[in-house]
Design a protein around this ligand. Structure first.
Ligand SMILES: [Zn+2]
Length: 92
């Protein structure tokens, strides 16, 4: 997988039946919620580990200070990269 600096996308993985959040999807990586049983694999995707209900993704806008730092670092890196390539073009 190619790493492209961009804003971190966070989704809550929520159950339609019991409303529990099984975890979060951060940049495509599932981070399980320690307070809820892990989702179980089903025929059509993962199911709630608590009640077996369908799971859906809900966009989460909340960003932790740690994540904000990460995002800021990624943005700075992207800007520096853009500047470096612009300089390289000018030098050529
Ligand atoms: Zn459930």
């Amino acid at each position: 997988m190619v790493k492209v600096p961009r804003l971190i996308q966070v989704f809550n993985v929520q159950c339609v039946m019991c409303g529990r959040a099984s975890g979060q999807l951060m940049n495509g990586t599932f981070v399980p919620n320690p307070r809820v049983k892990r989702p179980v694999p089903g025929k059509n995707g993962s199911r709630c580990g608590e009640c077996g209900g369908n799971l859906y993704l809900e966009p989460d806008e909340s960003v932790t200070p740690f994540m904000a730092t990460q995002i800021a670092a990624q943005r700075t890196a992207a800007q520096q990269q853009a500047k470096a390539s612009a300089d390289a073009l000018r030098a050529a």
